[in-house]
Design a protein around this ligand. Structure first.
Ligand SMILES: [Zn+2]
Length: 331
């Protein structure tokens, strides 16, 4: 008959105390050295950088930090329902802590940045991208291209400073035409919910700063080097997914098609209030989840927990499960 967990725990504590007695030679001896009380608690990770080879390429995830999102950002779901999803995922309830990631693709010949973080626009917990880039010894001048999944501030603001200077001086910026046009439009801004109205001003500022350096594309586009885009509309009108292929390996970068691992794999119909077309967004999310699950394709997305690589598992009930990729000891 097997032991209950309680019995096992009791036996373990018994064994460790017995070892202490045997090794120490006296019942009062402890193997633990006196604690050093003056070691400060740091409260932060070392630079948020994670490298992964993809075929002949190397993808570096650059953490930009995190954003805490209140439950009110979810359309039509109660705080209790959201807390239920968080509890099921063993993450703290009450609000949602979301990572912000950017990606540096090294093809061996080119450095391509995907999205650029939030700079200082969403408070002090994001905007870490420049420091993490410096930590891996890459200068912003070395970046050849920047691919933008959509023109939201937490994806484009890292490309210019608060006083209007460009941060990647030698890069060409690639963005979906419909998305750019929407985020600089007066009509879009007039119809937007209050929280999203300033995002249009940021998009215009960003476009002005990069005037002449932005090249637009339309929907599905082949950029060469095994990198292509595919439309994932709904979060924004021209929201773009990216497919990266090298030497038989594939990675799908989903942008913000999913913003919460805990909520939206369990409930792919959960939408943020700022999605410009929630129904379209749900369809995009389910479609790409199905494709990723069917093909067992490696996936990542901007706000999934760092380092954000993983797989999508489809459950019999039509929901999904996020399966984080195991840490790679060698890239
Ligand atoms: Zn985002």
């Amino acid at each position: 008959m097997s032991d209950t967990p309680e019995k096992l725990l009791n036996r373990r504590s018994f064994l460790s105390s017995a070892a202490t007695v045997a090794v120490g030679g006296a019942a009062t001896t402890s193997l633990v050295l006196p604690a050093k009380a003056d070691t400060p608690i740091v409260g932060a990770q070392l630079p948020n950088v994670y490298r992964r080879k993809l075929g002949n390429y190397e993808i570096t995830v650059l953490g930009d930090g995190y954003l805490d999102l209140p439950h009110q950002i979810w359309a039509g779901l109660s705080p209790e329902q959201i807390d239920g999803y968080l509890d099921d995922a063993f993450v703290p309830t009450g609000s949602l802590r979301n990572g912000v990631n950017a990606y540096l693709i090294n093809t061996g010949e080119k450095l391509i940045l995907v999205d650029s973080g939030a700079r200082d626009l969403f408070g002090p917990n994001a905007g870490l991208l420049p420091g993490n880039l410096a930590a891996i010894g890459v200068s912003p001048e070395d970046i050849d291209e920047v691919l933008i999944t959509h023109v939201h501030p937490d994806h484009v603001a890292g490309l210019y400073t608060a006083d209007g200077r460009i941060t990647v001086p030698n890069a060409e910026i690639l963005v979906d035409e419909a998305d750019l046009n929407f985020w600089i439009s007066e009509a879009g801004q007039a119809q937007a919910i209050d929280i999203a109205k300033p995002w249009f001003d940021i998009a215009r500022d960003w476009k002005n700063v990069y005037d002449g350096r932005i090249r637009t594309f339309r929907g599905e586009t082949d950029f060469g080097d095994g990198i292509s885009s595919f439309p994932l509309p709904g979060h924004t009108p021209g929201h773009t997914g990216l497919r990266i292929e090298s030497a038989g390996e594939t990675l799908l970068i989903l942008g913000d098609a999913v913003i919460s691992a805990a909520v939206q794999f369990a409930n792919p119909d959960a939408s943020a209030i700022w999605d410009t077309n929630a129904e379209e967004g749900k369809k995009s999310r389910r479609t790409i989840f199905d494709v990723a699950a069917r093909d067992r394709t490696l996936v990542t997305a901007t706000h999934l927990p760092f380092p954000s690589f993983g797989y999508v598992d489809r459950r019999a009930d039509g929901s999904y499960r996020w399966v984080p990729e195991e840490w790679r000891y060698a890239t």
